[in-house]
Design a protein around this ligand. Structure first.
Ligand SMILES: [Ca+2]
Ligand SMILES: [Ca+2]
Length: 232
């Protein structure tokens, strides 16, 4: 997830610079109060308030909007050579983006938003001079990579929830190949099953040789079927 966030930051940065090229005034306007102002803490407080009281389905939007405002502040301060102050805004922006991880369904939300950003970038690409097209293209590629990453994570977590105890090699069958896999795993010859509890066929939350014996008896029709333990 850390990588995803880093990529997202890169995307937002590129987007901000695309906006910057479009109109300096817009960025200044978006930044509003910047670090160094005595009102900055109120600005931060007000944004927190806005996020806290936003409806759940809009929360991701509000967070991204606040993160974009911080980004605009960074851009304005960098422009004025006030790098230390821009770091304050950067810290706040990263803090906001981290919040996206804790939302109920951030992946779908993020994916939709990034897709919208890509659409916008495609539009911008049509309007900019030839020499700027490459950088817009890079932003599109970076955004697409974020989406790929999000999709890969969703598939992985889906796999994690729909596994069968005893199906060590994850081919949806429970047979001798699984006993072999379990034995090989315990001997350190193959990768850990994902999740490791695939190997805990007797459901005692430990994966060891007793599970090999259990699985073997089951497959020889002498024992009970693999079970899922209630493990942490
Ligand atoms: Ca299997
Ligand atoms: Ca076990």
């Amino acid at each position: 997830m850390r990588k995803t966030i880093a990529l997202l930051i890169a995307v937002l940065l590129v987007l901000a610079f695309a906006q910057l090229a479009e109109s300096q005034e817009t960025i200044e306007k978006q930044a509003g109060i910047t670090p160094g102002s005595i009102f900055y803490n109120f600005d931060i407080f007000f944004d927190e308030f806005k996020i806290l009281f936003s409806v759940p389905e809009k929360k991701a939007d509000v967070i991204i909007e606040v993160a974009n405002e911080r980004l605009a502040e960074e851009a304005v301060l960098i422009e004025k050579n006030k790098e230390q102050l821009s770091e304050q805004a950067e810290k706040q922006r990263i803090r906001q983006l981290k919040k996206l991880e804790t939302l109920n369904n951030p992946k779908t939300d993020l994916k939709e938003k990034i897709e919208k950003h890509i659409d916008r970038l495609e539009e911008v690409k049509e309007q900019v001079p030839e020499e700027s097209k490459d950088s817009i293209e890079n932003a599109i590629t970076a955004s697409s990579k974020v989406i790929e990453k999000i999709e890969a994570t969703s598939i992985k977590s889906a796999q994690k929830t729909s596994w069968k105890s005893g199906d060590l090699n994850a081919d949806s069958l429970i047979d001798d190949r699984d006993t072999k896999y379990l034995l090989n795993y315990l001997q350190g010859n193959v990768e850990e099953p994902n999740p490791i509890l695939r190997g805990d066929v007797n459901g005692n939350c430990v994966v060891n040789i007793a599970d090999v014996v259990y699985l073997n008896s089951y497959l020889k029709s002498n024992g009970s079927a693999p079970v899922k333990g209630v493990c942490r």
